[in-house]
Design a protein around this ligand. Structure first.
Ligand SMILES: [Fe+2]
Ligand SMILES: [Fe+2]
Length: 475
Protein backbone atom coordinates (compact mmCIF):
# COMPACT_ATOMS: atom_id res chain seq x y z
CA UNK A 1 0.00 0.00 0.00
CA UNK A 2 1.40 3.34 -0.99
CA UNK A 3 0.85 6.51 0.97
CA UNK A 4 1.60 10.02 -0.18
CA UNK A 5 3.87 10.77 2.77
CA UNK A 6 6.00 7.71 2.01
CA UNK A 7 6.96 9.56 -1.15
CA UNK A 8 8.49 12.91 -0.21
CA UNK A 9 7.17 15.41 -2.72
CA UNK A 10 6.30 19.01 -3.39
CA UNK A 11 3.69 18.33 -6.05
CA UNK A 12 0.71 18.03 -3.68
CA UNK A 13 0.61 14.28 -4.14
CA UNK A 14 -1.85 13.61 -1.31
CA UNK A 15 -4.45 15.80 -3.03
CA UNK A 16 -3.86 14.38 -6.51
CA UNK A 17 -5.84 11.13 -6.56
CA UNK A 18 -5.19 10.38 -10.23
CA UNK A 19 -1.41 10.63 -9.91
CA UNK A 20 -1.44 8.73 -6.62
CA UNK A 21 -3.34 5.88 -8.28
CA UNK A 22 -0.89 5.78 -11.17
CA UNK A 23 2.07 5.67 -8.81
CA UNK A 24 0.37 3.01 -6.68
CA UNK A 25 0.58 0.85 -9.72
CA UNK A 26 4.11 1.81 -10.75
CA UNK A 27 5.92 1.85 -7.38
CA UNK A 28 5.83 -1.93 -6.74
CA UNK A 29 7.19 -2.55 -10.25
CA UNK A 30 9.94 -0.01 -9.55
CA UNK A 31 10.88 -1.75 -6.30
CA UNK A 32 10.93 -5.10 -8.07
CA UNK A 33 13.25 -3.58 -10.65
CA UNK A 34 15.47 -2.11 -7.90
CA UNK A 35 15.74 -5.45 -6.12
CA UNK A 36 16.52 -7.28 -9.34
CA UNK A 37 18.87 -4.76 -10.95
CA UNK A 38 20.15 -2.62 -8.06
CA UNK A 39 23.37 -3.48 -6.17
CA UNK A 40 23.32 -7.24 -5.38
CA UNK A 41 24.25 -8.19 -1.83
CA UNK A 42 23.54 -4.74 -0.42
CA UNK A 43 19.77 -4.73 -0.32
CA UNK A 44 18.76 -5.87 3.14
CA UNK A 45 21.62 -6.30 5.56
CA UNK A 46 23.45 -3.01 4.96
CA UNK A 47 22.74 0.51 6.06
CA UNK A 48 24.17 3.30 3.97
CA UNK A 49 24.84 6.86 5.09
CA UNK A 50 22.82 8.59 2.36
CA UNK A 51 21.56 11.99 1.43
CA UNK A 52 17.81 12.06 0.84
CA UNK A 53 15.93 15.01 -0.59
CA UNK A 54 12.89 15.63 1.60
CA UNK A 55 12.08 19.11 0.25
CA UNK A 56 13.62 21.58 -2.19
CA UNK A 57 14.64 24.31 0.27
CA UNK A 58 18.19 24.67 1.56
CA UNK A 59 17.48 22.72 4.75
CA UNK A 60 15.56 19.86 3.22
CA UNK A 61 17.21 18.83 0.02
CA UNK A 62 20.20 17.23 1.70
CA UNK A 63 19.04 15.21 4.69
CA UNK A 64 21.70 12.66 5.81
CA UNK A 65 20.99 9.42 7.62
CA UNK A 66 21.55 5.66 7.54
CA UNK A 67 19.11 3.91 5.21
CA UNK A 68 18.66 0.43 3.78
CA UNK A 69 18.76 0.84 0.02
CA UNK A 70 15.26 -0.49 -0.80
CA UNK A 71 13.89 1.84 1.90
CA UNK A 72 15.38 4.97 0.35
CA UNK A 73 12.55 7.49 0.03
CA UNK A 74 12.48 8.17 -3.69
CA UNK A 75 10.61 11.43 -3.97
CA UNK A 76 9.20 13.81 -6.54
CA UNK A 77 10.54 17.34 -6.51
CA UNK A 78 10.25 20.32 -8.79
CA UNK A 79 12.32 23.47 -8.33
CA UNK A 80 10.19 26.38 -7.11
CA UNK A 81 8.24 28.11 -9.91
CA UNK A 82 9.56 31.37 -11.33
CA UNK A 83 6.92 34.12 -11.22
CA UNK A 84 5.58 35.01 -14.70
CA UNK A 85 8.15 32.83 -16.45
CA UNK A 86 8.29 33.43 -20.21
CA UNK A 87 9.54 31.29 -23.07
CA UNK A 88 13.20 32.21 -23.51
CA UNK A 89 13.98 31.04 -27.06
CA UNK A 90 12.60 29.80 -30.37
CA UNK A 91 9.48 30.73 -32.31
CA UNK A 92 7.31 31.37 -29.24
CA UNK A 93 9.87 33.53 -27.45
CA UNK A 94 8.28 35.90 -24.93
CA UNK A 95 4.97 34.03 -24.54
CA UNK A 96 4.02 32.59 -21.12
CA UNK A 97 5.45 29.10 -20.48
CA UNK A 98 3.11 26.08 -20.68
CA UNK A 99 1.65 24.29 -17.69
CA UNK A 100 0.15 21.60 -19.94
CA UNK A 101 1.56 19.79 -22.96
CA UNK A 102 0.45 21.37 -26.26
CA UNK A 103 -1.10 18.64 -28.47
CA UNK A 104 1.12 19.42 -31.46
CA UNK A 105 4.33 18.84 -29.45
CA UNK A 106 3.14 15.89 -27.42
CA UNK A 107 5.13 13.25 -29.29
CA UNK A 108 8.34 15.26 -29.37
CA UNK A 109 8.14 16.04 -25.65
CA UNK A 110 7.33 12.47 -24.73
CA UNK A 111 10.33 11.29 -26.71
CA UNK A 112 12.67 13.75 -24.99
CA UNK A 113 11.42 12.66 -21.56
CA UNK A 114 11.62 8.94 -22.35
CA UNK A 115 15.18 9.20 -23.68
CA UNK A 116 16.27 11.11 -20.57
CA UNK A 117 14.37 8.67 -18.34
CA UNK A 118 15.94 5.61 -19.97
CA UNK A 119 19.48 6.67 -19.06
CA UNK A 120 18.71 6.80 -15.32
CA UNK A 121 17.94 3.13 -14.53
CA UNK A 122 20.43 2.11 -17.22
CA UNK A 123 23.37 3.48 -15.23
CA UNK A 124 22.23 1.66 -12.07
CA UNK A 125 22.19 -1.56 -14.08
CA UNK A 126 25.61 -0.85 -15.57
CA UNK A 127 27.17 -0.26 -12.15
CA UNK A 128 25.59 -3.10 -10.21
CA UNK A 129 28.69 -5.30 -9.85
CA UNK A 130 30.93 -2.58 -8.41
CA UNK A 131 29.95 -2.89 -4.75
CA UNK A 132 31.66 -6.26 -4.47
CA UNK A 133 34.96 -4.66 -5.59
CA UNK A 134 34.98 -1.26 -3.89
CA UNK A 135 38.21 0.55 -2.98
CA UNK A 136 36.75 1.84 0.32
CA UNK A 137 33.55 2.32 2.32
CA UNK A 138 33.63 6.00 1.38
CA UNK A 139 33.57 5.09 -2.32
CA UNK A 140 30.95 2.40 -1.75
CA UNK A 141 28.69 4.97 -0.16
CA UNK A 142 29.23 7.39 -3.05
CA UNK A 143 28.38 4.66 -5.56
CA UNK A 144 25.11 3.95 -3.75
CA UNK A 145 24.32 7.66 -3.47
CA UNK A 146 24.68 8.00 -7.22
CA UNK A 147 22.58 4.85 -7.74
CA UNK A 148 19.64 5.94 -5.57
CA UNK A 149 19.65 9.39 -7.15
CA UNK A 150 19.59 7.94 -10.65
CA UNK A 151 16.60 5.99 -9.37
CA UNK A 152 15.04 9.26 -8.22
CA UNK A 153 15.71 10.81 -11.64
CA UNK A 154 13.74 7.94 -13.13
CA UNK A 155 10.92 8.83 -10.72
CA UNK A 156 11.16 12.43 -11.91
CA UNK A 157 10.64 11.47 -15.55
CA UNK A 158 7.93 8.96 -14.65
CA UNK A 159 6.12 11.70 -12.72
CA UNK A 160 6.03 13.77 -15.93
CA UNK A 161 4.89 10.80 -18.04
CA UNK A 162 2.09 9.92 -15.60
CA UNK A 163 0.98 13.50 -15.08
CA UNK A 164 0.96 14.85 -18.63
CA UNK A 165 0.87 12.00 -21.16
CA UNK A 166 -2.12 9.84 -20.15
CA UNK A 167 -2.23 6.25 -21.32
CA UNK A 168 0.90 6.52 -23.53
CA UNK A 169 2.79 7.97 -20.60
CA UNK A 170 1.81 5.05 -18.36
CA UNK A 171 2.95 2.58 -21.02
CA UNK A 172 6.28 4.37 -21.41
CA UNK A 173 6.76 4.41 -17.62
CA UNK A 174 6.37 0.65 -17.56
CA UNK A 175 8.70 0.15 -20.52
CA UNK A 176 11.39 2.12 -18.66
CA UNK A 177 11.47 -0.73 -16.12
CA UNK A 178 11.54 -3.43 -18.76
CA UNK A 179 14.54 -2.52 -20.92
CA UNK A 180 17.90 -3.73 -19.60
CA UNK A 181 21.36 -2.29 -20.12
CA UNK A 182 23.44 -4.44 -22.46
CA UNK A 183 20.59 -6.88 -23.20
CA UNK A 184 20.57 -7.94 -26.88
CA UNK A 185 16.78 -8.14 -27.11
CA UNK A 186 15.71 -5.21 -24.93
CA UNK A 187 18.70 -2.87 -24.69
CA UNK A 188 18.65 0.64 -23.26
CA UNK A 189 18.11 3.34 -25.89
CA UNK A 190 21.58 4.90 -26.13
CA UNK A 191 24.87 3.15 -26.82
CA UNK A 192 26.92 4.48 -23.88
CA UNK A 193 24.25 3.11 -21.53
CA UNK A 194 24.72 -0.43 -22.76
CA UNK A 195 28.46 -0.56 -22.03
CA UNK A 196 29.39 -2.45 -18.85
CA UNK A 197 30.87 -0.41 -15.99
CA UNK A 198 32.67 -3.18 -14.13
CA UNK A 199 35.87 -1.49 -12.98
CA UNK A 200 36.15 1.50 -10.69
CA UNK A 201 38.17 3.38 -13.28
CA UNK A 202 35.20 2.95 -15.63
CA UNK A 203 32.89 4.19 -12.88
CA UNK A 204 34.89 7.34 -12.19
CA UNK A 205 35.37 8.10 -15.90
CA UNK A 206 31.66 7.49 -16.48
CA UNK A 207 30.56 9.81 -13.68
CA UNK A 208 33.08 12.41 -14.88
CA UNK A 209 32.17 12.33 -18.57
CA UNK A 210 28.81 10.61 -19.07
CA UNK A 211 27.06 12.13 -16.06
CA UNK A 212 28.34 15.42 -17.44
CA UNK A 213 26.43 14.70 -20.65
CA UNK A 214 23.49 14.33 -18.27
CA UNK A 215 24.28 17.81 -17.02
CA UNK A 216 24.32 19.35 -20.50
CA UNK A 217 21.06 17.62 -21.45
CA UNK A 218 19.40 18.64 -18.16
CA UNK A 219 20.58 22.22 -18.59
CA UNK A 220 19.04 22.38 -22.06
CA UNK A 221 15.78 20.77 -20.83
CA UNK A 222 15.64 23.15 -17.89
CA UNK A 223 15.14 25.93 -20.48
CA UNK A 224 12.02 24.18 -21.80
CA UNK A 225 8.73 26.01 -22.37
CA UNK A 226 7.00 23.08 -20.65
CA UNK A 227 7.34 24.49 -17.15
CA UNK A 228 6.98 21.20 -15.18
CA UNK A 229 9.80 19.73 -17.28
CA UNK A 230 11.98 22.80 -16.73
CA UNK A 231 11.38 22.74 -12.96
CA UNK A 232 11.91 18.98 -12.66
CA UNK A 233 15.22 19.04 -14.50
CA UNK A 234 16.39 22.11 -12.59
CA UNK A 235 16.10 20.20 -9.34
CA UNK A 236 17.80 17.12 -10.83
CA UNK A 237 20.83 19.29 -11.61
CA UNK A 238 21.45 19.87 -7.89
CA UNK A 239 21.87 16.10 -7.44
CA UNK A 240 23.80 15.65 -10.67
CA UNK A 241 26.53 17.95 -9.35
CA UNK A 242 27.43 15.31 -6.75
CA UNK A 243 27.77 12.64 -9.44
CA UNK A 244 30.36 14.72 -11.27
CA UNK A 245 32.10 15.44 -7.98
CA UNK A 246 32.40 11.67 -7.48
CA UNK A 247 33.85 11.27 -10.99
CA UNK A 248 36.24 14.19 -10.94
CA UNK A 249 37.60 13.54 -7.46
CA UNK A 250 37.68 9.76 -8.03
CA UNK A 251 39.85 10.14 -11.14
CA UNK A 252 41.84 12.85 -9.33
CA UNK A 253 42.54 10.52 -6.38
CA UNK A 254 43.71 7.75 -8.72
CA UNK A 255 46.02 10.25 -10.45
CA UNK A 256 47.24 11.40 -7.06
CA UNK A 257 48.06 7.86 -5.96
CA UNK A 258 49.78 7.11 -9.26
CA UNK A 259 52.01 10.17 -8.79
CA UNK A 260 52.86 9.04 -5.24
CA UNK A 261 53.77 5.56 -6.48
CA UNK A 262 55.84 7.01 -9.30
CA UNK A 263 57.65 9.27 -6.88
CA UNK A 264 58.40 6.34 -4.56
CA UNK A 265 59.80 4.34 -7.45
CA UNK A 266 61.96 7.20 -8.72
CA UNK A 267 59.59 8.24 -11.54
CA UNK A 268 60.86 5.57 -13.88
CA UNK A 269 59.19 2.54 -12.38
CA UNK A 270 56.27 0.55 -13.64
CA UNK A 271 53.43 1.39 -11.22
CA UNK A 272 51.58 -1.77 -12.20
CA UNK A 273 54.28 -3.72 -10.38
CA UNK A 274 53.11 -2.10 -7.14
CA UNK A 275 49.40 -2.33 -7.91
CA UNK A 276 48.94 1.20 -9.23
CA UNK A 277 47.25 2.47 -12.38
CA UNK A 278 49.66 3.96 -14.91
CA UNK A 279 48.95 7.32 -16.54
CA UNK A 280 48.58 5.91 -20.11
CA UNK A 281 45.86 3.59 -18.82
CA UNK A 282 44.01 6.49 -17.18
CA UNK A 283 44.28 8.41 -20.47
CA UNK A 284 42.70 5.48 -22.33
CA UNK A 285 39.63 5.62 -20.08
CA UNK A 286 39.38 9.37 -20.64
CA UNK A 287 39.50 8.68 -24.40
CA UNK A 288 36.85 5.98 -24.22
CA UNK A 289 34.21 7.59 -22.02
CA UNK A 290 34.69 11.09 -23.43
CA UNK A 291 34.17 9.87 -27.01
CA UNK A 292 31.15 7.77 -25.99
CA UNK A 293 29.66 10.80 -24.31
CA UNK A 294 30.28 13.03 -27.35
CA UNK A 295 28.11 10.59 -29.30
CA UNK A 296 25.28 11.09 -26.80
CA UNK A 297 24.91 14.66 -28.03
CA UNK A 298 23.72 13.40 -31.44
CA UNK A 299 24.58 14.23 -35.06
CA UNK A 300 26.30 17.48 -35.94
CA UNK A 301 23.47 18.39 -38.30
CA UNK A 302 20.04 17.51 -36.97
CA UNK A 303 16.56 18.52 -38.03
CA UNK A 304 15.24 17.13 -34.71
CA UNK A 305 17.48 19.51 -32.79
CA UNK A 306 16.22 22.36 -34.98
CA UNK A 307 12.59 21.44 -34.32
CA UNK A 308 13.12 21.07 -30.57
CA UNK A 309 14.60 24.56 -30.46
CA UNK A 310 12.10 26.23 -32.81
CA UNK A 311 9.20 24.76 -30.83
CA UNK A 312 10.69 25.82 -27.50
CA UNK A 313 11.08 22.29 -26.16
CA UNK A 314 14.84 22.19 -25.61
CA UNK A 315 17.08 25.26 -25.44
CA UNK A 316 20.82 25.69 -25.31
CA UNK A 317 22.67 25.10 -22.03
CA UNK A 318 22.52 28.41 -20.12
CA UNK A 319 20.47 30.04 -22.87
CA UNK A 320 20.46 33.47 -21.24
CA UNK A 321 24.27 33.66 -21.40
CA UNK A 322 24.16 33.68 -25.22
CA UNK A 323 24.32 37.19 -26.59
CA UNK A 324 22.41 36.57 -29.82
CA UNK A 325 18.65 36.95 -30.31
CA UNK A 326 17.64 33.49 -28.88
CA UNK A 327 15.54 32.91 -32.01
CA UNK A 328 18.39 31.90 -34.34
CA UNK A 329 16.20 32.15 -37.44
CA UNK A 330 18.99 33.32 -39.78
CA UNK A 331 22.21 32.56 -37.87
CA UNK A 332 24.88 30.26 -39.25
CA UNK A 333 27.38 27.87 -37.66
CA UNK A 334 30.71 26.80 -39.17
CA UNK A 335 31.15 23.07 -39.00
CA UNK A 336 33.89 20.62 -39.97
CA UNK A 337 32.27 18.14 -42.36
CA UNK A 338 33.59 15.38 -44.61
CA UNK A 339 33.20 15.58 -48.39
CA UNK A 340 32.52 12.57 -50.61
CA UNK A 341 36.17 11.63 -50.77
CA UNK A 342 36.45 11.74 -46.98
CA UNK A 343 38.32 15.06 -46.84
CA UNK A 344 37.50 17.51 -44.08
CA UNK A 345 35.82 20.69 -45.30
CA UNK A 346 34.47 23.74 -43.48
CA UNK A 347 30.78 24.20 -44.10
CA UNK A 348 28.19 26.74 -43.02
CA UNK A 349 24.95 25.28 -41.71
CA UNK A 350 21.86 27.01 -40.29
CA UNK A 351 22.47 27.47 -36.55
CA UNK A 352 19.23 25.74 -35.56
CA UNK A 353 20.38 22.57 -37.34
CA UNK A 354 23.74 22.70 -35.58
CA UNK A 355 22.38 22.87 -32.03
CA UNK A 356 23.60 19.41 -31.07
CA UNK A 357 27.08 20.66 -31.93
CA UNK A 358 26.50 23.86 -29.97
CA UNK A 359 25.59 21.79 -26.90
CA UNK A 360 28.64 19.61 -27.55
CA UNK A 361 30.77 22.80 -27.55
CA UNK A 362 29.44 23.62 -24.10
CA UNK A 363 30.08 20.05 -22.95
CA UNK A 364 33.66 19.93 -24.24
CA UNK A 365 34.42 23.21 -22.45
CA UNK A 366 33.00 21.87 -19.18
CA UNK A 367 35.06 18.65 -19.51
CA UNK A 368 38.21 20.61 -20.37
CA UNK A 369 37.85 22.67 -17.18
CA UNK A 370 37.84 19.44 -15.14
CA UNK A 371 40.84 18.01 -16.98
CA UNK A 372 42.72 21.29 -16.42
CA UNK A 373 42.08 20.94 -12.68
CA UNK A 374 43.61 17.43 -12.66
CA UNK A 375 46.63 18.64 -14.59
CA UNK A 376 47.21 21.63 -12.37
CA UNK A 377 46.31 20.29 -8.93
CA UNK A 378 47.74 16.82 -9.29
CA UNK A 379 50.21 16.31 -12.15
CA UNK A 380 51.77 19.77 -12.04
CA UNK A 381 51.80 19.81 -8.25
CA UNK A 382 53.79 16.57 -8.29
CA UNK A 383 56.26 18.01 -10.79
CA UNK A 384 55.18 15.61 -13.54
CA UNK A 385 55.64 16.57 -17.19
CA UNK A 386 52.78 14.32 -18.42
CA UNK A 387 49.29 15.78 -18.86
CA UNK A 388 45.83 14.26 -19.31
CA UNK A 389 44.25 15.42 -22.58
CA UNK A 390 40.81 15.26 -24.12
CA UNK A 391 41.01 13.49 -27.48
CA UNK A 392 39.87 15.22 -30.67
CA UNK A 393 36.12 15.11 -31.14
CA UNK A 394 36.71 13.13 -34.32
CA UNK A 395 38.26 10.26 -32.34
CA UNK A 396 36.29 7.00 -31.90
CA UNK A 397 32.91 8.36 -32.93
CA UNK A 398 29.94 6.19 -33.79
CA UNK A 399 27.40 8.94 -34.32
CA UNK A 400 27.54 11.85 -36.77
CA UNK A 401 29.82 12.79 -39.66
CA UNK A 402 32.91 11.02 -38.27
CA UNK A 403 31.14 7.72 -37.62
CA UNK A 404 32.68 4.84 -39.57
CA UNK A 405 35.93 6.80 -40.17
CA UNK A 406 39.09 6.51 -38.14
CA UNK A 407 41.09 9.22 -36.40
CA UNK A 408 43.81 9.24 -33.79
CA UNK A 409 43.32 11.27 -30.57
CA UNK A 410 44.91 14.31 -32.26
CA UNK A 411 42.35 14.17 -35.07
CA UNK A 412 44.61 12.79 -37.81
CA UNK A 413 42.78 10.50 -40.19
CA UNK A 414 43.84 6.83 -40.29
CA UNK A 415 43.19 3.93 -42.65
CA UNK A 416 41.14 1.05 -41.20
CA UNK A 417 44.34 -1.02 -41.07
CA UNK A 418 46.22 1.65 -39.12
CA UNK A 419 43.28 1.94 -36.75
CA UNK A 420 43.15 -1.81 -36.11
CA UNK A 421 46.88 -1.88 -35.49
CA UNK A 422 46.92 1.06 -33.10
CA UNK A 423 43.51 1.29 -31.40
CA UNK A 424 44.68 -0.26 -28.13
CA UNK A 425 47.31 2.44 -27.78
CA UNK A 426 44.35 4.75 -27.21
CA UNK A 427 41.50 2.62 -25.91
CA UNK A 428 41.35 0.11 -23.03
CA UNK A 429 42.45 -3.32 -24.29
CA UNK A 430 41.24 -6.66 -22.91
CA UNK A 431 44.58 -6.92 -21.04
CA UNK A 432 44.06 -3.49 -19.51
CA UNK A 433 40.64 -4.53 -18.29
CA UNK A 434 42.09 -7.76 -16.94
CA UNK A 435 44.69 -5.81 -15.00
CA UNK A 436 42.07 -3.50 -13.49
CA UNK A 437 39.95 -6.48 -12.48
CA UNK A 438 42.99 -8.04 -10.81
CA UNK A 439 43.64 -5.04 -8.56
CA UNK A 440 40.03 -4.79 -7.41
CA UNK A 441 39.46 -8.48 -6.66
CA UNK A 442 39.45 -7.90 -2.91
CA UNK A 443 37.02 -5.19 -1.80
CA UNK A 444 38.05 -2.83 1.01
CA UNK A 445 35.30 -2.72 3.63
CA UNK A 446 37.28 -1.46 6.62
CA UNK A 447 36.54 2.15 7.64
CA UNK A 448 39.38 4.51 6.77
CA UNK A 449 41.20 2.03 4.53
CA UNK A 450 41.72 2.49 0.81
CA UNK A 451 42.80 0.23 -2.04
CA UNK A 452 46.40 0.73 -3.03
CA UNK A 453 45.56 2.33 -6.40
CA UNK A 454 43.60 5.30 -5.01
CA UNK A 455 44.41 8.09 -2.54
CA UNK A 456 41.97 8.90 0.30
CA UNK A 457 39.69 11.90 -0.30
CA UNK A 458 40.54 15.26 1.23
CA UNK A 459 37.49 15.21 3.44
CA UNK A 460 34.55 12.99 4.29
CA UNK A 461 30.88 13.28 3.37
CA UNK A 462 28.75 15.82 5.26
CA UNK A 463 31.70 16.81 7.48
CA UNK A 464 32.07 13.24 8.75
CA UNK A 465 35.62 11.94 9.19
CA UNK A 466 37.20 9.94 6.39
CA UNK A 467 37.22 6.81 8.57
CA UNK A 468 33.50 7.10 9.34
CA UNK A 469 31.55 3.87 8.77
CA UNK A 470 29.74 5.07 5.63
CA UNK A 471 28.21 1.66 5.03
CA UNK A 472 27.50 -0.55 8.00
CA UNK A 473 26.53 -4.18 8.10
CA UNK A 474 23.73 -5.20 10.37
CA UNK A 475 24.62 -8.04 12.66
FE1 LIG B 1 20.55 11.20 -13.52
FE1 LIG C 1 23.91 11.27 -12.73
Amino acid sequence: MISADKIPNNVGLSGNKRLLRALEHWQPAYLDWWREMGPPGFQDSHQVYLRTAVSVDAAGWAHFDYVRLPEYRWGIFLAEPTHDRRIGFGDFMGQPVWQEVPGEFRNQLRRLIVIQGDTEPASVEQQRSLGAHCPSLYDLRNLFQVNVEEGRHLWAMVYLLHSYFGRDGRDEAEALLERRSGNDDTPRMLEAFNEPIDTWLDFFAFTMFTDRDGKSQLLSLSESSLDPLARTTRFMLTEEAHHMFVGETGMGRILERTCQLLRESGFSGDVRKVGGIDLPLIQKFVNFWFSQSLDLHGSEVSSNAAAYFANGLKGRAEEDKFEDDHVLAANLYMLDMLDDSGRIIRQEVPMRNALNEVLRDWYVGDCQAGVDRWNKRVLEAHGMSERIMLPSRKFHRKVGVYAGKHFDPLGNQLTPEEWERKKYEWLPSPEDKKYLHSIQVTPVYKPGQFANYIAPPQRGINRMPIDFEYVRTEA
